[in-house]
Ligand binder design. Structure first.
Ligand code: AVJ
Length: 316
């Protein structure tokens, strides 16, 4: 089989497991089982990010609307998911008779169908226009066809999955696809007590461990791999200088794993690690320089009472 005939997943696995150190993209966590485990992560007490952003929206929705300051706009959300937190804003904007339309963007049409259905039940008056597809393809299409002022939402610290340089490139690209005066409300997880961070990504109930190990199970299911999941361990690290929070799957012994779809085996040394996720933490000055680097002006930071998380409003 040539690499061109492999699925994107198979190709990325081949590439990532051939690297030194081994690495796999965190986007592959999210198959059906991964989605379910992720929902459980979002609702566990240790995963403060969810509650912090929810608090920010509940307590500062009026200030957020005021800072947006547009008469009429499209609220375009990148990676809408189940829209749980966004609904706080949507409900408030509707109560205030704001003239806006909600445009959730997601690569998965199924996610959008479920979200639409839920919004029809809970906020029947809300104008929703789903945009399935790749973020940048969608944004480009919108730029070509619709001059309505936009507020883009990129919530939940999703930007943290990119290393800082790539985050800047991503945001620069996003800025390119906006019109002057368009805004971005973007969530960042802030540097804080390292114990708090480590606990959010290494919860005592082991939900995060199961979430990460599911990536090995997914390779078994979809690529006919023979990973013995018990021989790997979830390991979390936080570097308080750089803010890099990393998840690893560590091989507890020397072993070979065969992957049928690649017709190849991969060797793991004892205690060799696969790097599976980055969840970058930021300081406010780092966020401000990232905004500048990407060509945005920072308008306002909305932080929770504990100073754990920030939703930052930027303007092109
Ligand atoms: C969805 C990328 C924001 O990095 O905090 C949660 C994913 N990984 N627990 C994060 C995740 C492990 C999450 N993001």
């Amino acid at each position: 089989m040539t690499t061109a005939e492999l699925s994107a997943f198979a190709r990325d696995v081949l590439h990532g497991l051939s690297k030194t150190p081994k690495q796999l993209p965190s986007m592959y966590f999210y198959d059906e089982q991964g989605d379910q485990l992720f929902q459980r992560i979002m609702h566990m007490p240790e995963y403060y990010l969810m509650n912090c952003e929810l608090d920010i929206f509940e307590q500062q929705k009026a200030q957020i609307l005021n800072a947006i300051g547009l008469e009429h706009f499209h609220l375009l959300e990148l990676g809408a998911g189940d829209g749980y937190k966004t609904r706080v804003l949507l409900r408030y904007f509707m109560e205030q008779s704001v003239d806006f339309e909600y445009q959730p963007v997601d690569i998965s049409p199924n996610v959008l169908l479920e979200l639409e259905q839920r919004l029809r039940e809970e906020l029947p008056e809300l104008k929703v226009h789903s945009l399935p597809g790749d973020y940048f393809k969608v944004l480009h299409e919108v730029k070509e066809t619709d001059a309505t002022p936009k507020v883009v939402l990129f919530l939940g610290a999703n930007i943290g999955n990119y290393p800082q340089k790539r985050a800047a490139a991503f945001l620069r690209h996003l800025q390119d696809e906006l019109n002057p005066g368009d805004k971005l409300l973007i969530g960042f997880d802030l540097k804080k007590d390292p114990d708090v961070i480590l606990c959010a990504y290494n919860d005592p109930a082991g939900i995060t461990a199961a979430f990460n190990l599911n990536l090995l199970e997914r390779m078994n299911r979809e690529l006919g791999a023979n990973f013995n999941v018990q021989d790997f361990r979830h390991w979390e690290s936080y570097d308080p200088v750089t803010g890099a929070t990393r998840s690893f799957l560590v091989s507890e012994k020397a072993q070979h794993v065969f992957i049928k779809a690649l017709n190849r085996s991969f060797h793991f040394d004892a205690w060799e690690a696969i790097n599976v996720e980055l969840s970058q933490k930021y300081s406010l000055p780092e966020i401000e320089s990232l905004a500048r680097e990407a060509g945005f002006q920072v308008e306002q930071h909305f932080t929770d009472d504990q100073g754990y998380f920030v939703d930052s409003l930027w303007c092109k």
